[in-house]
Design a protein. Structure first.
Length: 221
């Protein structure tokens, strides 16, 4: 697509060149995302196999769910001012031990999918709560939904429900596969439920993790 746009820019007039430049910028963003996704997936694969020498470690920092979701929601709203995003975070949730950058990436991928496959007027919900020994983070939309024949394949790398691969939906089929790897690398699970015409819910579940506080006891003499 970039080569075609370059040819049009070279052979066309100034207006065509400006239009082609915008297409090239969009395609370069998509290419940048693809390369980044492949590198992150490779890093997670190497970490899972214990081959960590020379690669950045996956951090295990205490992360407040409210801070994590507020950050993701703010980034989402900066790019999509008109889209309604409902943020629901239960108070006093215990922290998640993990890599802040990777968890943000996972949630932002889910928000991007929800935006891509639902009408601009349909709300998206981002929530976090504690339930039955887990921290549960959920991204829910009221979009086109996914059929049962596709739902079982959505975590397969390069699988796309939208087989037309139009620029309107974009993507390269690595988003959900990457989300699954990130969540599982944190000891969590991801579950997708969906119905055609009624939307999709992505539920991330992390086992409750106690964060050790400094001991308050002191020796007496």
């Amino acid at each position: 697509r970039i080569r075609v746009a370059l040819d049009l820019a070279i052979e066309g007039d100034a207006e065509m060149a400006r239009s082609s430049a915008a297409d090239i910028a969009e395609d370069l963003d998509e290419l940048d995302t693809l390369i980044s996704d492949v590198l992150v997936a490779s890093r997670l694969d190497l970490a899972a196999r214990g081959l960590t020498q020379g690669i950045p470690p996956i951090k295990r920092d205490p992360i407040e769910p409210a801070e994590l979701l507020n950050h993701c929601a703010a980034r989402f709203k900066r790019g999509l001012v008109e889209r309604e995003l409902q943020l629901q975070v239960h108070a006093e949730l215990p922290p998640i031990l993990g890599d802040r950058g990777l968890l943000r990436r996972a949630i932002e991928n889910l928000l991007e999918n929800a935006n891509k496959y639902s009408e601009p007027s349909a709300p998206i919900t981002l929530s976090a709560r504690q339930h039955e020994g887990f921290i549960v983070i959920e991204v829910a939309d009221e979009g086109v939904g996914i059929g049962p024949e596709d739902l079982k394949h959505v975590f397969r790398p390069f699988f796309r429900v939208d087989r037309s691969r139009t620029k309107a939906t974009g993507g390269h089929g690595l988003g959900l596969a990457l989300v699954k790897r990130i969540i599982e690398s944190h000891g969590g699970t991801i579950e997708l439920t969906s119905e055609i015409g009624k939307g999709t819910q992505a539920q991330l579940k992390f086992p409750l993790t106690s964060v050790e506080a400094p001991s308050s006891s002191s020796a007496t003499s």
